[in-house]
Structures are given as C-alpha cells and as structure tokens.
Design a protein around this ligand. Sequence first.
Ligand SMILES: [Zn+2]
Length: 237
Amino acid sequence: MPALDVLAIAAHRDDVEQTCGGTLLRMKLLGLRTGIVDLTQGEAGTRGSAEERGAEAAEAARILGVDSREALDIPDGRVENSYENRVKIAGVLRRLRPRVVILPYWTGRHPDHYTTSILGYEACFLAGLAKLDMGAPPHRPFKIVYASLYADVRPSFVVDVSDHIEQRFAALMAYRSQYSNQSAGGGLFVPEEEIRERSFALARHYGLLGGVRYAEPFVQKEVGLVGDLTLIPGQSI
Ligand SMILES: [Zn+2]
C-alpha cells in the first residue's frame, strides 16, 4: 500500500469525527491519502456493542473518504502508555508510513484521550528507531499536530472546513448507536439536535478565529517556520 499523507490516531471510534473529520475531508479533496487508527473498539461504551460501533465506524470512514481505517485491540477505558502499546502502534506507523500524524491534545477530561496523546507521540518516536526490528523498515512521521477542539487552549492554527461541515456532521451521525435519540443513557447523552448545534457552534467559533466560516483547531509544539512574509494566511486588520 502506498504511504499515507495524513493519519489521525484516536482513542475511540467517533473521536476523529468530532475533532478533525472536516480536516480529513479537506485533505482528501486535495488529493492526499488519509487514514484513521482507533486504538480501542468501544466495548466499554454505555450504548451499542463493539460490533455495532465497528459497522458505524466503517460507514463514517466511507463518508470521510479515508483510504484506510482500523481499530486496535487496546481495552476501551484502559488505554495505557505501556511499551506493548507503543510497539503495537509503532508497527501500524511503519506499515502506513504517514507524513503527518494527528493526535488528541494532551490534556482533557477522559484519561484515554490524553493518554493517547502521549502514547501516540512515543509510538511515533519508537517507529523511527532503526535498531528496533519489527519486520518493517523504520519510519518516523515528519509532523505531529494535536487536535485541540475540546481543549481550552489557543490553537496554533485552524483548518478551514467550511465546505465540509455537513459531511463532517454526517460522519458523526453514522454512529447511530451513540447519537440517535434513544432511552439508554438518556441522562448521559444529549439529544441529536443539541449535538448538531454544539458541533456547528464549536466549528463556527474556531472559524471566526481564522477568518472563515467553520474551522477545526490544532496545536503544534514547534514554532511556525515562514519563508515568505507575503504568503502568511490570516488577515490581521
Ligand atoms: Zn473519545
């Protein structure tokens, strides 16, 4: 399989749809090769079985137009930054060979999310170690960016997803077992129309920060590098 350009790694099926689905749609439209790796299969969720969520994730992947999607077998609700898990993810990175990796932001409410951030970073490092024999040549992604939609931090940049906002929402709604109106977990889950409003409001907020209608935010740890001052996007005044 040819190398991926952009790979999003997340703890749970539907995390990517919430935080960077529009970005994956946009990258696809640019002709890039995109992929998703979900670390868990969703067996601990209040609603739906792992099998149901697998079928829903496949449908969401179809809507997002990604070239590959797979779920690992790390226990849901117990994502740990262990050597075993780092090696597991590093093996996937060596096989998919992405140039850019999207990880969750490193703070948050759910331990699986922030653990995935550190675990993913360390797996990217491990995947590049030449002396580590894993049956596939070493590969280290060039760029790691952190999807920060739910983090209370100022993004390094936002990606304009204005043209993809409906399709992005359709991908999230593919998770019928999670988001359709139903009685199971009724006190825990918000109604479908509320999800739409929240999703669009957040994207609108980040859009305003970037001077566009809808956008998704990212943080990068590196300082931005510029070669030509006249090509910096984002109007100042
Ligand atoms: Zn999640």
